[in-house]
Design a protein around this ligand. Structure first.
Ligand code: ZN
Length: 305
């Protein structure tokens, strides 16, 4: 009887011990909240199984206009680490990050980028273009920044984070070469990318593609008849066959340009819907940074042919 009791006691204690271990392990995973899906994907690649990563902005969400909801604020409050883009991409969340940074680890991934690698949209007032992820080389500075902050938060796993970052850097380098190679095939004067808003400046600079966005750097800015007329004339004179819409921006502006061209007898097609400020749906290839870059590359190079 005594032995049976002892056995039951032992089993119970062991399962309790096992449960507590599991529980501790669970708690040891960092809870990281990011703004965009691009940053969430970057953090997942560095943090691996050491963190649970939750982006606030899903597929098709425009970060320029995004306002944190009450449930977002709760998520942010419960985060161990917060990564955001910075450079005013999240134009309506500046105050939220400012407040949170008093008590939490809050980092802008763009802080890792050397000043001379930033693209200025307004040189005089030093206003940089926030769409940094479109230059795969510039994005690697953000990879370094995420890796650095993960190591500072969790020095015990330094080698793990460094190995993950090195592996991902190799994938990014391969992607960078792929994009360069694909554009090399298209004659230079035909490399004209017309999109709904100015998200592709870094892309154009790195991969030698002329880029025109109908709306300004932020989707907040207005587009007018003047811009539409100028752009229609340009498309006609350069015989451009395709323009592109974006998953996170209304296609109203770009439709006006197509209509403008049509009235003057020049047919322009929509080359497809590009991923600009948001990734594709989770659990699809376009739900990752590399996948969305590849999807864009395919649409742009096929549209411009
Ligand atoms: Zn944008």
């Amino acid at each position: 009887m005594h032995l049976l009791f002892y056995r039951i006691f032992l089993t119970l204690s062991l399962s309790f011990l096992f449960y507590s271990c599991q529980n501790t392990e669970k708690k040891e995973r960092f809870y990281v909240v990011t703004t965009t899906g691009h940053i969430a994907d970057l953090v997942r690649n560095v943090a691996g199984n050491k963190a649970t990563v939750a982006p606030l902005m899903g597929a098709g969400v425009d970060p320029h206009l995004y306002k944190a909801s009450l449930s977002d604020l709760k998520l942010l409050q419960s985060a161990d680490i917060i990564f955001y883009n910075g450079l005013h991409l999240e134009g309506k969340m500046g105050e939220v990050f400012h407040k949170l940074s008093r008590t939490k680890k809050v980092f802008a991934v763009s802080d890792g980028i050397p000043r001379d690698s930033l693209l200025m949209v307004d040189e005089e007032n030093h206003i940089p273009d926030p769409h940094i992820w479109f230059d795969v080389e510039v994005w690697q500075y953000c990879l370094d920044k995420v890796c650095k902050e993960m190591i500072l938060a969790d020095p015990e796993n330094k080698e793990y984070y460094l190995a993950n970052a090195a592996k991902y850097r190799k994938e990014l380098n391969d992607l960078n070469i792929l994009i360069k190679d694909k554009f090399q095939i298209i004659p230079r004067h035909e490399r004209l990318l017309v999109t709904a808003h100015d998200a592709f400046g870094y892309f154009g600079r790195r991969y030698d593609v002329e880029v025109i966005g109908l709306q300004g750097i932020s989707t907040l800015s207005e587009y007018g008849l003047n811009e539409i007329t100028t752009l229609s004339r340009m498309l006609i004179s350069r015989k451009v066959k395709a323009v592109f819409i974006e998953t996170s921006v209304s296609e109203k502006a770009i439709q006006s340009v197509i209509e403008g061209c049509k009235q003057q007898g020049h047919l322009v097609k929509i080359g497809g819907s590009l991923y600009s400020d948001a990734l594709g749906a989770a659990n699809t290839p376009e739900g990752t940074y590399i996948g969305m870059q590849k999807a864009n590359l395919k649409l742009i190079t096929e549209g411009l042919k």
